[in-house]
Ligand binder design. Structure first.
Ligand code: ATP
Ligand code: MG
Length: 420
């Protein structure tokens, strides 16, 4: 992509209400634009990143035999009455009436819809086990939307739902999903931890959260220094972090220490909560059995912000390569009136594109300082600086964004260097 053909309008100032670095940087890089409290438009640069996250998730789920579907955002209240959650869920549930005075909600989560679908689609034990998922906007009327897309009202979630014949099989499916989640967060390249968690209004008996570790995290996590014990402190009787730190670990192994985390995923063993309430059963050996369910969320849009909270410096974002909008950012210096630099840059740009390397060519008529500033801000991992030496020595400079390491490389080595 060329800057001249793109919508590349970074801002000079950060919004005064932005507390978190990810919020500031996403606004400054013009990735997102607020339209109302907790409601954003994703502009081209932000959308590229969001789609990269989404595609990593989709690929791993498909590989794990999960089946992608698309459920409606608008959900009949009747289904929520059936599950009992229209009363239980609280004011985050935004409802309205249609022209025929029927009640609907904007979906904050999809257990009711999927259970209703499963009643129609799963008619025999032979249809089990099965896992469906979608990647879809959710709406939650959060009491205090804040931190940009980290806690929005409308946000993108991956939600998956599994169906099994019995508890053992549900447990196996759950463990399998946990493995898929680990692959996803490893692929994205995040520093994360899995902790036991409170199941809240989703329900069920057992749940675990995936947290990106960052000082700005809203959750406090406790870890044993001697075992795998790890827990969201919401679940502990003692909630005061100062008192928890150094306390003996509840599993009898070692002492607890604390870290801050951003919840990016949450997996649940639901058991028969929804199948019992809504009558999701199959007939096996002449008896009707309630189906065992699990549900599994990932905050797709929150991951973009969380990745930034973990990867930035004074100049801007340091995206992990997996989700960076581009792999390489071409900066021209001394190009004014220098036909050779211009044509070499153009040739290199086309060659990189032909080799499927995601490249952004800053061909704007601006001084190099501005281009470096923008390149640093948006966090592309490699900067390719093309100047006088391209004609005299056939070389360019490759700068690694995360450590500012500079390397002079021959023109004919660039593709190989950037390909892996
Ligand atoms: P939180 O405790 O942060 O409010 P939650 O426990 O209500 O989240 P879940 O119902 O488990 O959230 O939703 C699955 C995932 O969706 C969460 O792990 C989180 O990453 C993401 N998510 C939840 N609420 C929001 C929000 N308001 N904005 C962005 N992402 C969100
Ligand atoms: Mg949660």
């Amino acid at each position: 992509m060329k800057a001249s053909l793109y919508h590349f309008k970074t801002l000079r100032d950060t919004p005064s209400d932005a507390e978190l670095i990810s919020h500031k940087l996403m606004i400054k890089a013009n990735m997102i634009k607020p339209i109302a409290s907790g409601i954003y438009t994703w502009l081209p640069l932000g959308t590229l990143i969001l789609r990269k996250v989404e595609n990593i998730i989709r690929k791993e789920l498909n590989q794990g035999n999960c089946l992608e579907i698309i459920m409606p955002l608008v959900q009949p209240k009747d289904l929520w009455d059936e599950s009992g959650r229209s009363k239980e869920y609280g004011p985050e549930l935004l409802g309205f009436k249609d022209r025929n005075q029927r009640d609907f909600y904007l979906g904050p989560t999809h257990e009711e819809i999927i259970t209703d679908i499963a009643k129609k689609e799963i008619t025999s034990p032979k249809d089990l086990p099965k896992t469906f998922y979608q990647i879809k906007d959710k709406f939650r009327d959060e009491i205090r939307p804040r931190f940009g897309v980290m806690r929005a009202r409308e946000f993108l979630m991956k939600d998956a739902y599994s169906f099994d014949i019995d508890e053992d099989s549900m447990h196996e499916t759950y463990l399998n999903m946990k493995k898929i989640y680990k692959k996803i967060f490893d692929k994205i390249g995040l520093d994360y931890k899995v902790v036991s968690a409170d199941s809240g209004s989703i329900g069920g008996d057992k749940s675990e959260e995936f947290h990106v570790l960052a000082d700005s995290g809203e959750d406090t996590l406790a870890f044993s220094d001697k075992s795998d014990f790890a827990i969201n402190i919401e679940l502990l009787d003692e909630k005061n972090p100062e008192k928890i730190s150094g306390m003996p670990s509840p599993d009898g192994n070692g002492k607890l220490s604390l870290k801050k985390g951003i919840e990016v995923g949450h997996i649940f063993e639901l058991g028969t909560k929804y199948s019992k309430a809504m009558g999701l059963t199959v007939q096996k050996d002449n008896v009707l059995k309630e189906i065992f369910m699990g549900c599994y969320g990932i905050g797709v849009s929150r991951i973009v912000a969380a990745a930034i909270e973990q990867n930035f410096d004074d100049d801007g974002i340091l995206f992990p390569e997996s989700i960076s909008p581009f792999k390489c950012y071409i900066i021209l210096i001394n190009q004014k009136g220098n036909e050779q630099i211009n044509s070499e840059a153009e040739r290199l740009y086309l060659e990189l594109k032909e080799n499927n390397i995601d490249v952004f060519f800053d061909d704007r008529d601006l001084n190099p300082g501005v281009k470096f500033r923008d390149a640093n801000l948006v966090g592309v991992p490699y900067q390719l600086v093309i100047g006088d030496k391209v004609s005299s020595d056939q070389t360019v400079e490759l700068i690694k964004r995360n450590n500012q390491q500079k390397e002079v490389i021959k023109l004919n080595e660039i593709i190989n260097r950037l390909k892996n």
